[in-house]
Structure formats: C-alpha cells, structure tokens
Design a binder for this molecule. Structure first.
Ligand code: NAP
Length: 285
C-alpha cells in the first residue's frame, strides 16, 4: 500500500477560498489588507514567485502593489523605500523578494522592515518571538508545512522529526515550529556525518536541501511522514523536489508531491499573515 499524498495545492485552494470570504467581510468593516512587494532586478525565478503572490492576492482580495526596481538600485535607496512603506498606514505587509543583488546587505534590509509588517517572518523580532513560542508572523514555508501536517491530523507530539537543511528561510524555522509542536527534532546539514542513521529514525522527515532525488525510499523508515520542500529543475526542464517520489511513496505513510505540495502553501501563508497584519493594525487604531 502506498502513502497518502498530501496535496498542498488543494489545501491551499480551500484556505484561499476561506480567506477570500474573510477579506470580503473585513472590507465591509472598512479594512482592506494590503501587501507591497518589492522586486529588484530581473531574476526569472523571483519574477515568477512574485507573479504567484500577485495572483493569490488578487484571488483573495488582498490589495497588492508591486514595486519593480533595477538591479543597480542602491542599498540606501532601498532602505529609504522601506522607511516610506513602514510609515504608510495603508500598507500591512512589506515583502522584499529575495535573493537581493550582491551589493545589497540582505540582513540589513530584513531588519529595516517594521516587525508589525514583516509578513515573511524573517525579522529578528519575529524569529525571536517564534523561538520563545510567542504570537508572531511565522515564516511562510515552515508555517505551510505545519498546516499541511495538521490538515491530516498528523500528530507531531513526541515524534522524532528530522529536518535536512538548516537555512534561515526553511530548515531552522521548520525545526523550531516542530519543536513548538512538541516533536523531538534533529537537524542534518552538509557537515552531518551519520545522516543515513538519523534519517532512518525519522517519524517525520522534512527535506529542504535543493538537490534533485537527494532522498530515496530505501533511506526512510517504513511509515514515515515525508515532506519534500525542494524545488529543482530536472534536466528535461521538469519541476522536481529533493525526494525520489516513486520510491519514497511506497515506504512512507504520508508524502507531499512536487509540484503541488509545499509550494502553493507558502504563498497561501503569506496571504494569511497579511490578513492577520491588517486585523492587528486595525485593532490598534
Ligand atoms: P539553502 O539555503 O541552499 O539551504 C540548503 C541546506 O541544505 C543547507 O542547510 C545545506 O547545509 C543543506 N545541504 C546541502 N547539501 C547537503 C548535503 N549533501 N547533505 C545534507 N545537507 C545538505 O536552501 P533553502 O533556501 O533552505 O531551500 C531548500 C530547497 O527548498 C530549495 O530547493 C528551494 O528552492 C526550496 N524552497 C522551496 C520553497 C517552497 O515554497 N516550496 C520555499 C523555499 C525554498 P549547510 O547549511 O551545511 O550548507
């Protein structure tokens, strides 16, 4: 018997429909959530992500503004723009699409965003609040993963969760959210020496490495829950994850596909955070 597939795409659609209804209600009360996306340069992947975010905003009813700037944009002028957006009461969420050109210090930009508009959940204040289990904007991909697991009533408490990858964007925060759900968490990364032993112990395996077919079915424990975060272009141009889906689905109890798994959930969580931000801003007035 194969694993049950967790279709993030379907769940994302379900959630977006609910959000659409919620936003329509909010608008009746004079609240229109607004997200401003800043895109610097011509990176095709970034352009495509931004397009996805705009499409989702449009569907949900979130006001979305795209500011496109040339690659040569200076760090100073980007900081000034963020300052302006921080002060703009109509803007609830500020998202600067990463990666930024090399001459701009990414961390400096992230830290310039007002934490109350940090819908990406990357600001150190948001990260610190997540770490201490306080209410905050949670980073979208990790939050999307936890939402997918919860949608299938997969219990995390007491389970051994193994996260492969330790980026600030995905690996580290998803491990933290699993810990907040009372899982026992182990991280693997490029310096891990006994990775196969660790992977075999995983009840829940999160793979966020960025390498095609990095994990095969024979490496995982029977009945493991496998979440594939990877987004890679295979030689024939197809979008593939980090997990060899066919072999893993015969061993796993649940598995997420690529495409149609974690990806659509990420943007949906961005909508969630923007709506929350609008509600919080309104409550403060
Ligand atoms: P990243 O910053 O490149 O991090 C990759 C991580 O994998 C690093 O921690 C690295 O370890 C680890 N790693 C690399 N080679 C390894 C090896 N041989 N063994 C064990 N660990 C290894 O990437 P990221 O931003 O976290 O993204 C990971 C993947 O998720 C990418 O494919 C990305 O496109 C995808 N992604 C998808 C979504 C979505 O919405 N679906 C969102 C974000 C990212 P070190 O730290 O030791 O170098």
């Amino acid at each position: 018997m194969g694993a049950e597939i967790i279709y993030g795409k379907e769940l994302a659609q379900e959630l977006r429909l609910k959000m659409k209804q919620e936003v329509s209600e909010l608008k009746n009360h004079g609240i229109t959530p607004k997200l401003t996306v800043v895109l610097i340069g011509e990176d095709p992947a970034s352009k495509s992500y931004v397009k996805g975010k705009q499409k989702a905003s449009e569907y949900v009813g979130v006001d979305s503004d795209l500011i496109e700037l040339p690659t040569e944009t200076s760090e100073q002028s980007l900081l000034e723009l963020i300052d302006k957006l921080n002060q703009d009461k109509a803007v609830n969420g500020i998202l600067v699409q990463l990666p930024l050109p090399n001459h701009i210090d990414e961390q400096k930009i992230i830290e310039a965003i007002d934490p109350s508009k940090d819908v990406d959940g990357f600001h150190p204040v948001s990260v610190g609040r997540m770490l201490t289990g306080k209410e905050t904007f949670l980073p979208c991909t990790p939050l999307g993963i936890i939402t997918m697991l919860k949608s299938k009533h997969i219990s995390m408490e007491g389970k051994h969760a193994v996260v492969i990858g330790r980026s600030n964007l995905v690996g580290k925060p998803v491990g933290q959210l699993l810990l907040n759900e009372n899982a026992t968490v182990t991280y693997c990364h490029s310096r891990t020496t006994n990775m196969n032993e660790v992977i075999k112990m995983a009840d829940i395996l999160i793979v966020a490495v960025g390498k095609e077919t990095f994990i095969h079915g024979d490496q995982i424990k029977k009945g493991a829950v496998v979440v594939d975060v990877g987004v890679n272009r295979s030689e024939n141009g197809k979008l593939v994850g980090d997990v060899d889906f066919d072999s893993a689905k015969d061993k796993a109890s649940y598995i997420t596909p690529v495409p149609g798994g974690v990806g659509p959930m990420t943007i949906t969580m961005l909508m969630h955070n923007t709506i929350q931000s609008a509600k919080l801003a309104h409550a403060k007035r």
